[in-house]
Design a protein around this ligand. Structure first.
Ligand code: PMP
Length: 450
């Protein structure tokens, strides 16, 4: 891989200008807009790599935010999906394969007795929260600061760190992620920092009469892979049991990735409800809500509503059957975790040689790279930290042929298809990107002091 300060993105840039005429920001998800001259249009992906329409090749550590756990266009899953296509799509009726896939999930995940399918992570978490409210007859819920659970109004509340003074002694204000979210929902949400036992206990003590659920992603797939301690997850379990509140573990990113049984199996804590999506079907759109039998049977007429025209589509279901079979019965997860270890060791070597202080968070299958000696323990730590090295390095990495999220909160994702050549290309690119970042910082420093 050659050192190049800029890729040729002329076709992507020209397409961006055309796309703007019909698509807001030229894209179909606001997170895919990376600037007028850096927004990428993918030609295709295969294994651990993608190619843009300018024919630039990248080793990809975003993997569509996690779904391509085996690698893009996996022949085994795609063959199954093609067979699923012959079944006919959707019928507003059920097929036998729903039970086969539900059996597999229940076998793999400790907290799952029964399963309902949906199409996306957002839909699954939305249904999980409704289920918890229907079961408990209560409305409010706890979220962890910095967490992301999808694009539905109830989940889109954050602690407003931009306006918060850590020395003030008061808690940050609750703020919606976006305009268009009704302020009237605000009072139903209780936000708390990860790993703050005292605050969590206070919220339960004060608000348990109104609480339906605590929603937690114990390894935050959208916030540096910040991880809960087992003690904190256990405390959440105990408080939920004590006060009759349901524990929802959102495994949309960690499910079928950090372990066959997800993050809940690593902590040894059984949620009442859990949600899955990304790694279930190697990128085909499907998600699942799983949980305790008596809770899940609340999905019934007169209980919690759930359904959807495209739910358990025959293509996605067949892909899920094959993908989960591979994850359950082969060494795929061990392979990709071992790759993650090698990548981290290579990054560490490069950064150590240049004296760049750093640390890793999360799991070797999805890790955060952090430019401080200790990774963040909660969102407030991340917000207080200096992430400018990462922001600069990410742009250079894209130019050098490695795709990571430009935002340092998104972890790097590994897939089974990342191989030795991906590793070699990545480390070569990372070395160049780190040097370019250091040069850039040096130039900025000189300019500032001139
Ligand atoms: N929960 C978590 C933990 C997620 O990471 C995401 C997506 N990044 C979602 C829910 C929403 O999933 P989707 O984008 O499939 O709607």
């Amino acid at each position: 891989m050659l050192r190049r300060n800029r890729r040729d993105l002329s076709k992507s840039n020209a397409h961006f200008q055309k796309a703007l005429t019909r698509l807001p920001l030229g894209v179909s998800s606001t997170f895919r807009y990376w600037g007028d001259d850096r927004t990428l249009y993918v030609h295709h992906g295969k294994g651990g790599r993608i190619w843009d329409i300018d024919d630039n090749c990248y080793v990809d550590y975003r993997l569509g935010y996690g779904p391509a756990i085996l690698g893009y266009a996996d022949d085994r899953v795609d063959a199954a999906a093609i067979k699923g296509m012959a079944v006919g799509g959707v019928f507003a009726l059920s097929t036998e394969r729903e039970l086969t896939v539900a059996e597999r999930i229940a076998k793999m995940v400790p907290g799952v007795d029964l399963v309902r399918f949906s199409n996306s992570g957002t839909e699954a978490v939305m249904a999980a929260l409704r289920l918890a409210r229907a079961y408990t007859g209560k409305d409010s819920y706890i979220l962890i600061e910095g967490g992301y659970h999808g694009l539905f109004d109830a989940a889109m509340w954050m602690a407003n760190m931009d306006q918060w003074d850590p020395a003030s002694g008061v808690e940050p204000q609750k703020a919606p992620y976006s305009r268009g979210i009704p302020q009237t929902l605000k009072n139903l949400v209780h936000l708390t920092p990860m790993n703050d036992a005292q605050r969590l206990e206070d919220i339960f003590r004060k608000h348990h009469n109104d609480l339906a659920a605590m929603l937690i992603e114990p390894m935050m797939g959208n916030c540096c892979a910040i991880s809960a301690t087992t003690e904190f997850v256990q405390l959440a379990r105990n408080l939920c049991d004590k006060y009759g509140v349901l524990l929802i573990i959102d495994e949309v990113k960690t499910g079928f990735r950090v372990a066959k049984g997800g993050i809940q199996s690593l902590h040894g804590v059984r949620p009442d409800i859990c949600t899955f999506a990304k790694a279930m079907a190697n990128g085909y759109p499907i998600s699942a809500i799983g949980g305790r039998e008596d809770v899940m049977r609340t999905f019934r007429p007169g209980g919690a509503a759930h359904g959807g025209t495209y739910t358990a589509h025959s293509v996605s279901l067949a892909a899920a059957e094959k993908c989960l079979e591979i994850l359950d019965e082969t060494l795929a997860l061990a392979t990709l975790a071992a790759y993650g270890e090698k990548l981290k060791a290579g990054i560490k070597h490069i950064l150590d040689r240049r004296g760049v202080v750093h640390s890793f968070s999360g799991h070797s299958s999805m890790f955060g790279l952090f430019f401080a000696a200790v990774p963040p323990g909660n969102y407030r730590d991340w917000k207080r930290s200096d992430y400018s090295f990462y922001d600069k390095m990410a742009r250079h990495l894209h130019d050098q042929g490695v795709i990571c999220e430009p935002d340092s909160r998104e972890p790097w994702f590994m897939c089974e298809a990342h191989d030795h050549s991906c590793l070699e290309d990545s480390l070569r690119a990372i070395e160049v990107a780190v040097d370019l970042t250091l040069e850039q910082l040096e130039t900025e420093k000189k300019k500032a002091s001139a």
